[in-house]
Design a protein around this ligand. Structure first.
Ligand SMILES: Nc1nc2c(c(=O)[nH]1)N(C=O)[C@@H](CNc1ccc(C(=O)N[C@@H](CCC(=O)O)C(=O)O)cc1)CN2
Ligand SMILES: Nc1nc2c(ncn2[C@@H]2O[C@H](COP(=O)(O)OP(=O)(O)OP(=O)(O)O)[C@@H](O)[C@H]2O)c(=O)[nH]1
Ligand SMILES: [Mg+2]
Length: 449
């Protein structure tokens, strides 16, 4: 039999705290702690005295949810108690003394999943929703939680399984009484399914930025104004600015929000050929590392003076990174013209002045351009590595199936690839996921969820 689990659902502080209880023993535990034979009417909050032996622990609002009409699908009770650390701790202790056990991370959600209240994609959405810190991340999680993403996956799955069914009945049709499927039809269906899977998998890069933040490195020659740019973007004097080259030695990181999107901004030491001392050399190694770890590079140039050979070299270095890069021509207040860089037309660029604030809004829009664009498309995105990998596996199988089809292999050969692709999609939403894998997925959820 399942244990009855309990956990604190709310965080530290606050005036009221919520303790949740789920499982077969809920009614008995309620009876013991409230000293009443009957639980409150389902889904109606009732003020109940909670007893600790003969003493009163608290007067709390208690809600009873009768299975299967609860978050987990089991009997659930919630205690909204005064948020004293003592009351919270003692209530959990009393529940455990009377037969409940402390819930593991994600165990309430896991039970909701196992009882068919949500699929694995929706459960992941729930977890992401709690962690979401801005509008974009919230929308991404909400689309997953409320089933929009699952519905899209179901559509794809349905189309694939219908195709597979048509192939399989013909494989069973030994007397060949059915009209064979034309290669054109199979190719068309396969390509369509593949297209949908690819489109969704492609949203991962942006989805990941939205969820985890866009890592942005500010790089450039000494004195070009990198630290000034960091300060201008975060809105306060975070990094030291001076007219001496080599002011910034170590990387300086700051998390901020631009156009509702999380950005992790790193200011780096200016890069020059001949570092003066070991500390500066180490600083430059860190600059390179920040550049390599970044999703986006802001290359800051001083537009008021000619380019140096070192800057040209750094530019080649940046281009080799093959990353989204924005050219930031700084100090536009000093000069109306600016030098030219090789192949600069292939990169977005903007003139700014950290001194006057000119051009900063245009730069902000360039930083978030990828995300803004993805959001104005149909908006459904994946942001979870497990989902991405499952889609990639399905994609590979379908590509193999197409190759087999072109080489006129028999239906039994490509049907196997289709079965595996279908299995990958079923794994994604949790239909065929083994228990130990489920345990790992839910153990990454937060406590009390
Ligand atoms: N107090 C409290 N607030 C909470 C939660 C909770 O568990 N407790 N939630 C925890 O995540 C979220 C709400 N999610 C919930 C989802 C389903 C059900 C539920 O009782 N479902 C039943 C009945 C549905 C209905 O009547 O429409 C069911 O699915 O059968 C409850 C909470 C956010 N706020
Ligand atoms: N006129 C003008 N001066 C600027 C502008 N931005 C930065 N400066 C000045 O340029 C100098 C260098 O600025 P920093 O932000 O320290 O430059 P940095 O790129 O971080 O330099 P290092 O840390 O040495 O690599 C300072 O004197 C700034 O005040 C600008 O837009 N206009
Ligand atoms: Mg600096």
């Amino acid at each position: 039999m399942q244990h009855t689990i309990c956990a604190l659902a709310t965080g530290a502080g606050g005036a009221v705290a919520l303790v949740r209880l789920s499982g077969p023993e809920v009614c008995r535990l309620l009876a013991v702690l409230t000293r009443r034979p009957q639980p409150p009417e389902p889904r109606k909050q009732a003020l109940r005295t909670i007893y600790d032996g003969d003493a009163v622990l608290d007067k709390a609002l208690v809600t009873y949810f009768q299975a299967p009409h609860s978050f987990t699908g089991e009997d659930v009770a919630e205690f909204a108690v005064h948020a004293s650390p003592y009351i919270k701790g003692r209530l959990l202790e009393l529940l455990c003394q009377n037969g409940a056990v402390m819930a593991k991370r994600g165990e309430f959600s896991q039970r909701a999943f196992l009882n068919g209240k949500m699929d694995l994609v929706e459960a992941q959405g729930l977890c992401d929703l709690i962690a979401s810190g801005n509008k974009a991340a919230h929308k991404l999680a909400m689309d997953s939680l409320d089933g929009k993403l699952s519905a899209r996956l179901e559509e794809i799955k349905k189309r694939l399984s219908e195709l597979l069914a048509q192939i399989e009945v013909r494989l069973d049709d030994v007397d060949e009484e059915m009209t064979p499927l034309s290669d054109d039809f199979v190719r068309g269906e396969l390509s369509a399914v593949l297209g949908h899977i690819k489109a969704l998998a492609d949203t991962f890069s942006v989805g990941k930025y939205i969820k985890d933040g866009l890592k942005t490195a500010i790089v450039g020659a000494p004195n070009s104004g990198k630290s000034s740019l960091l300060n201008a973007l975060v809105g306060f004097d975070r990094a030291i600015v001076s007219d001496q080259s080599g002011t910034t030695r170590d990387t300086v990181e700051e998390t901020l929000e631009i156009n509702g999107q999380k950005i992790i901004l790193t200011d780096t030491a200016g890069i020059r050929e001949h570092a003066l001392d070991p500390a500066e050399k180490e600083g430059m190694r860190r600059s390179h590392r920040a550049m390599e770890a970044a999703d986006l590079i802001l290359f800051v140039l001083d537009a008021s003076r000619p380019l140096t050979p070192e800057e040209q070299e750094l530019w080649q270095d940046i281009r080799r990174q093959n990353k989204r890069t924005v050219l930031v021509w700084n100090k536009s207040d000093l000069s109306a013209s600016r030098p030219t860089l090789q192949a600069q037309e292939q990169y977005p660029s903007v003139s700014v002045s950290c001194k006057t604030g000119d051009g900063l809004n245009a730069l902000k829009d360039l930083i978030t351009a990828d995300v803004t664009e993805a959001q104005t498309a149909d908006g459904l995105m994946i942001s979870n590595l497990r989902h991405y990998e499952a889609l990639l596996r399905a994609q590979t199988e379908l590509e193999s199936a197409l190759i087999r089809l072109e080489s006129h292999a028999g239906g039994e050969i490509y049907a196997e690839h289709l079965r595996r692709a279908l299995n990958d999609l079923q794994d994604l939403i949790g239909e065929v996921t083994p228990d130990d894998v489920l345990g790992i997925i839910f153990s990454k959820f937060c406590m009390g969820k």
